[in-house]
Design a protein around this ligand. Structure first.
Ligand SMILES: [Zn+2]
Length: 286
């Protein structure tokens, strides 16, 4: 398996996402004085690959770890870094509730049936860790509520709590001088505790927050970095669905009709059809 790394901007090096076991993007933001790591990786093995790459590139090793949200794929590599961890207070709360678990098959089954994780996550955890799941979850050291800034020397990062459907503790990380906006999974649908869904109002609010940064790079944790222009065109259809559902919420046919007119096509792409279902799933029944 090959691994792909990229110097995205003057201060930012990323390890790209891998979909095999749902490994999200990891990023090191290297300033003149300090290096900040965004997300820990889904396992010590994942963390180790990025650590070695940074070493090989002669990048100053990370000295602080910032988490985008509590989900396993972003946090379970924490132990391997042995760094002070900064996280939203809700991220801290959920991680502490997971601390005593043994991650055995029966434990995973219970977590799925309680809606704490999904069947997909349980399968990915099995695949990433195999049968020996010696998973140790550290507690964040520094908790914040709304936002926190890191002056790394010549580059400032802001970690901002945005919440949303995907996870209530979702944060985004803005690398100010490089105009890079890491969105974590904030723009994703809810994935745990019931069918996937999007709330149009929450989605539109997040989107306007993201657009407001006017970033050069937009980076979703499980995607490929996009330029500002690519990001806008990638999200245009989703924004349109959210607006159509806000107006015609209970009328799926009408929403589909609006989307066909918007795309000037009689056939909607599969991902947008699925998107319509996610948005419809959050509409209160009449
Ligand atoms: Zn997530």
């Amino acid at each position: 398996m090959t691994h792909h790394y990229q110097q995205l901007s003057p201060h930012v090096i990323i390890m790209h996402a891998e979909h095999e076991t749902d490994r999200p993007i990891l990023a090191a933001i290297a300033g003149e004085r300090r290096t900040l790591l965004m997300d820990a990786g889904n396992s010590p093995a994942h963390a180790e690959l990025f650590r070695r790459e940074l070493e090989w590139r002669g990048v100053r090793m990370p000295e602080i770890l910032a988490l985008t949200h509590w989900h396993w794929d972003h946090t379970f590599g924490m132990e391997a870094w042995n760094l002070p961890v900064v996280a939203h207070e809700e991220t801290g709360r959920v991680l502490s509730s997971l601390q005593e678990l043994d991650w055995s098959d029966s434990c995973l089954t219970n977590l799925v049936s309680d809606g704490i994780i999904s069947e997909d996550s349980a399968a990915d955890i099995r695949k990433e860790y195999g049968s020996r799941r010696d998973i140790r979850i550290n507690q964040p050291d520094i908790l914040f509520r709304d936002r926190i800034e890191f002056d790394l020397g010549g580059v400032v990062c802001e970690l901002v709590h945005v919440g949303g459907d995907h996870s209530a503790d979702s944060c985004i990380l803005h690398v100010r001088e490089d105009q890079v906006l890491f969105l974590g999974d904030a723009l994703g649908p809810s994935v745990y505790g019931g069918p996937r869904k999007y709330t149009s109002a929450a989605f539109l609010k997040l989107l306007s927050t993201a657009y407001g940064y006017n970033a050069r790079w937009y980076v979703e944790s499980h995607g490929i970095p996009m330029s500002g222009e690519e990001f806008r065109s990638d999200l245009a259809g989703w924004e349109k669905i959210a607006r159509a559902v806000e107006v015609f919420g209970h009328d799926r046919e009408r929403v589909v009709g609006e989307m066909k007119a918007f795309l000037q096509s009689d056939e909607l792409p599969k991902d947008l059809l699925q998107g319509i279902d996610y948005f419809m799933a959050a509409v209160e029944p009449l």
